[in-house]
Design a protein around this ligand. Structure first.
Ligand SMILES: Cc1ncc(C[n+]2csc(CCOP(=O)(O)OP(=O)(O)O)c2C)c(N)n1
Length: 570
């Protein structure tokens, strides 16, 4: 059965077929026919205040659920404003579909008003992109876009739609199957390689599990847990993988890398076998690559063949869906498990490193330490809240100190490190999970990049708890200037910040500033009790730095564990 309708209606029909319940966007001239069709449709459109934030909100939705997030922008400036979000989704493998309007087909190439080469511009920052030429192509392209975004290694797909395609009439044919001859996803993993992996695991005395965002994207958390328990190995979750193994799990060590824990980085350095699962050997994890895990053989499981051997050669490369590979591996391991598996001395060493330099919060009687703030958020979350972060020091302290007992609770811009991400991604997450307590932890810099979204939060009454870790600086840049540029602080002081109570009040919700340590718990509790949104501006010690820290270019066992000691005066 087919149905004659406009391209705009057809697009909405396709979104409904894909199970889209809400999407994030901003209208304009060429998308007018689409917004007109939307007027009568049940799908919820969330009007953000800047297109970049539509992409970030779509990511927040996708990261909180695993479903495809959708954003929409008009041609020209609307479409170019999406680009940062597309790059972000590409770097972190997040499934989003971006819909952009384009000028009428016959004007393309004429420098028409609000024309931009969206297809060309977004080619390198999407997993795939399309330009729709005829209205009848729309359903096929749309369903392909959702399939590509969510299958294999997830990522952003953009569909550029000229105005005449929105306006044209066509027959809507539901698309029931998708065949893309050039697009193959290898899911199973080679059984011979999986056997070799099992053998290496039993031969290893010091195995170490390095698990990343791929575990969450691949819905493989239960398999990961079974795996680490079977082989009794210590495990880290990368910045993208936090929550893959519950933070309270006895085998969980912490995050590794530039601001990872001493035990995580020492464990990787001394391991004789690194089991890398859904990770990409990111430079922020490996530090100086030549010195990374120097004694380890490597098993690397990833769904994207391009990741295998990209940064570190694998002794046992396995291309496949990490969920399926791990379940086969777990099966093999439980059949071949040696009678008494003893990793006693390895665990003693790991526990020793943990005790030597634990990741613990720092407190003061006179000022709020950033770590104190994270410890309080951790207490109120109890490992259950969704926590989004912006980019900078607060992101690293949150990753170190806030615990996550489930996947999809920790939402941050890992690969791109895009400031301005924290607040709009919280909007997407709160729409996706209205039942959840959502904290948006942002720096005073990043917050000021996303202030317009306070209007979105207010107009939809989203009960997001916005916590500004206000150190008066672009903190992470200040830290690098202090440590590596002789403390010559250049263009990092943020000496003007709005009054939080007045700012939130101007949008019709509550806000407050705290600066005394004793005020912090009651203020956070009040924010959580409040039924609506809340803006809490927390003035923290201005010059605290994040430790441990691996200086750029250093090996990960060459951590700086704390601030330089002042030179003594006799
Ligand atoms: C869009 C963007 N511009 C610049 C940077 C570079 N950068 C990384 S961290 C940082 C400082 C962030 O300051 P703030 O938001 O106050 O957070 P803090 O580090 O103090 O926690 C900057 C400027 C970035 N990551 N993203």
């Amino acid at each position: 059965m087919s149905n004659l309708m406009s391209g705009a209606k057809m697009l909405l029909e396709c979104l409904a077929q894909e199970g889209v319940d809400c999407f994030f966007g901003y209208p304009g001239g060429v998308t007018l026919p689409f917004y007109d069709a939307l007027y009568d449709h049940h799908i919820r459109h969330v009007l953000v205040r800047h297109e970049e934030n539509a992409a970030f909100a779509a990511e927040g939705y996708a990261r909180a659920t695993g479903k495809v997030g959708v954003c929409c922008a008009t041609s020209g400036p609307g479409a170019t404003n999406l680009v940062t979000g597309l790059v972000d989704a590409m770097m972190d493998s997040i499934p989003i579909v971006a819909l952009t309007g384009q000028v009428t087909s016959k004007l393309i190439g004429s420098d028409a008003f609000q024309e931009a080469d969206t297809f060309g511009i977004t080619r390198s920052c999407t997993k795939h992109n399309y330009m729709v030429k005829k209205v009848d192509e729309l359903p096929q392209i749309l369903h392909e876009a959702f399939y590509i975004a969510s299958s294999g290694r997830p990522g952003p797909v953009l569909v550029d739609i000229p105005k005449d395609v929105f306006q044209g009439q066509g027959h809507y044919q539901p698309v029931t199957s998708i065949h893309l001859p050039g697009y193959k996803v290898f899911t199973e993993g080679h059984i011979g390689q999986i056997r070799r992996a099992a053998q290496l695991i039993w031969e290893s005395e010091r195995p170490f599990v390095y698990a990343g965002g791929g575990i969450i994207a691949g819905d493989a958390c239960a398999e990961l847990r079974e795996f680490v328990e079977l082989i009794d190995a210590p495990a880290v979750n990368t910045l993208m993988g936090l929550g893959a193994l519950p933070s309270h799990h006895p085998n969980f060590i912490s995050m590794p890398g530039m601001h990872g824990s001493y035990a995580a980085n020492m464990g990787m350095t001394h391991a004789d076998l690194l089991i890398a699962l859904g990770v990409r050997f990111d430079d922020r994890v490996t530090g100086r690559l030549a010195a990374f895990a120097p004694h380890a053989r490597v098993i690397h499981v990833d769904i994207d063949p391009a990741e295998i051997g990209k940064n570190r050669a694998a002794d046992v490369p396995i291309v496949g869906d990490v969920k399926r590979v791990l379940s086969k591996l777990n099966h093999l391991l439980s059949e071949t498990r040696p009678h008494a598996l003893v990793r006693k001395s390895w665990w003693e060493q790991i526990r020793g490193w943990q005790q030597q330099h634990p990741l613990i919060p720092v407190f003061s009687d006179t000022e709020i330490k950033p770590q104190h703030l994270m410890a309080e958020i951790d207490r109120l979350s109890g490992g259950q809240a969704i926590v989004t972060a912006d980019v900078g020091q607060h992101q690293m302290w949150a990753a170190q100190l806030v615990r996550f007992n489930e996947p999809r609770l920790w939402i941050n811009s890992g690969g791109l490190g895009a400031m301005g991400f924290g607040l709009p991604s919280a909007i997407g997450a709160q729409f996706a999970r209205p039942d959840k307590l959502v904290f948006a932890i942002v720096g005073d810099g990043g917050f000021q990049m996303s202030i317009p979204e306070l209007a979105t939060i207010a107009s939809y009454g989203l009960p997001i708890k916005i916590v500004v870790m206000n150190n008066g600086y672009l903190g992470m840049v200040r830290q690098w200037q202090e440590l590596f540029y002789n403390n010559r602080l250049s263009a990092v002081a943020l000496d003007c910040f709005p009054d939080a109570e007045k700012l939130a009040g101007a949008y019709g919700f509550k806000g407050r500033t705290v600066e005394k340590p004793q005020e912090l718990s009651p203020a956070l509790e009040e924010a959580v009790r409040e039924a609506g949104p809340y803006l809490l501006n927390v003035k923290v010690s201005p010059c605290e730095s994040v430790y441990p820290m691996v200086p750029a270019g250093g090996a990960i066992n060459e951590m700086v564990l704390g601030p330089p000691q002042p030179v003594g005066v006799n």
